[in-house]
Design a binder for this molecule. Structure first.
Ligand code: PMP
Ligand code: GLN
Length: 387
């Protein structure tokens, strides 16, 4: 079951964070904010602890969180979600995704992802014993609808979508999502959608949940998490919603993964989910930090595709690799700390070894801009020494 292609191994984020800590490099690798979420949310968790909410929460999550998730989805997207039968609180989005893949796919099933894909997606598909069918994004990091259509077969059980997309920062447009939805309906597949960056979109980009498209709510499991939206990634309060029968299947499996988690954090996040200002302010500030990092990367000789969402920008380091005689982006990332004192993550880590996408992404590196401007300026100054 365990893959020999590195799908199930130490994550690239852990590897690069260890490297950053060991070398004292500026860590623009693993995506986590260097400023914590709002005080009132932290106070609410402390109050929940003091109020004695320290034992197991119900398996599907505390009622106020499930209601807050349903309210959030109705308010923002017009989605009609029953908080009692169609919502499941999870240990981060990671558990929701893994539990769904394990519950709903298995040997003989094909699961399509958009490549590069978030690493836990591939690991969960491998754990389920299903067949992973990655569909490469185009070189400019958009959906290749023809490739998607060509990849879908009668064995496709699930299409896994991630928008806003990690690692590329691509925000799929309604038109692109319509194309995914059309394939899902034609092939009668489930859709699992990872929307953890739903609030972190920039400029004119709009986050469209695929569950809002015609004929999709009945076949879609929507996953999100409070980690990114409220800068509390360590709390691991995530969730999933979708049709009751699918949620029941995932809940059944989740019982034996963690059963439940975060009994004091869940009510605090329930409170936070009514807050529209915190995520809006975060997105605005992230857009500025994106601009800062993108400009710095360009000055340092990288080609960037400006992202419309997430924490991340993908930058092409081909010129540096050639000059330094390096094989690929992974080698560049291993050398960057010693060369200039910066850590990034190779985009090839989000690709299947040897795939078309791995080739297209060979010289690309993902950098995060969810750091304070002075940290980004420090990183940019160091990177400039490459030129
Ligand atoms: N999906 C994507 C695309 C992510 O980037 C991340 C975390 N960075 C997750 C899922 C995991 O979220 P959580 O920490 O809530 O498990
Ligand atoms: N999702 C974060 C990232 O992409 C890291 C989460 C992790 O370390 N697994 O950087």
């Amino acid at each position: 079951l365990l893959s020999d292609d590195g799908t199930i191994a130490q994550t690239i984020f852990a590897e690069m964070t260890v490297l950053a800590n060991r070398t004292g490099a500026v860590n623009l690798g693993q995506g986590f904010p260097d400023v914590d979420g709002p005080d009132y949310v932290k106070e609410a968790a402390k109050a929940a602890i003091d109020a004695g909410r320290n034992q197991y929460a119900p398996g599907d999550g505390v009622p106020e969180l499930r209601h807050a998730i349903a309210d959030h989805q109705r308010r923002r997207y017009g989605l009609d979600v029953d908080p009692d039968t169609e919502v499941l609180a999870t240990t981060g989005a990671t558990e929701a995704l893994t539990a769904a893949i394990l519950a709903l796919t298995g040997p003989g099933d094909e699961v399509i992802t958009l490549e590069p894909y978030y690493d836990s997606h591939a690991a969960a598909i491998a754990m389920a014993g299903a067949t992973h069918v990655p569909v490469p994004l185009t070189a400019d990091l958009r959906l290749d609808a023809d490739a998607l259509r060509a990849a879908a077969t009668d064995r496709t059980a699930m299409i896994l979508v991630n928008t806003p997309h990690n690692p590329t920062g691509t925000v799929l447009t309604r038109a692109e999502l319509e194309q995914v939805a059309a394939v899902a309906r034609e092939r009668d597949t489930l859709v699992l959608t990872d929307e953890v960056y739903e609030h972190l979109v920039f400029d004119d980009a709009v986050h469209v949940p695929i569950a809002t498209l015609p004929g999709m709510a009945e076949r879609t499991l929507t996953v999100s998490s409070s980690g990114k939206t409220f800068s509390l990634t360590g709390w691991k309060v995530g969730w999933m919603h979708g049709p009751a029968d699918l949620i029941t299947a995932v809940r059944t499996l989740k019982q034996f993964m963690t059963y439940t988690s975060g009994s004091a954090f869940q009510p605090a996040i329930a409170l936070a989910l009514a807050d529209e200002e915190t995520p809006r302010a975060l997105a605005a500030s992230l857009a500025e930090r994106r601009d800062l990092l993108c400009a710095g990367l360009e000055r340092a000789g990288f080609d960037v595709v400006v992202p419309q969402g997430t924490y991340f920008v993908v930058a092409d380091g081909a010129a540096h690799m050639e000059r330094l005689g390096l094989e690929d982006g992974h080698e560049l990332c291993l050398r960057l700390p010693e060369l200039v004192g910066v850590v990034g993550v190779p985009v090839s880590a989000f690709c299947r070894p040897g795939s078309t996408a791995a080739q297209t992404m060979r010289s690309r590196v993902r950098f995060t801009f969810v750091k304070q401007p002075e940290v980004l300026r420090d990183g940019i100054e160091r990177l400039a020494a490459l030129t």
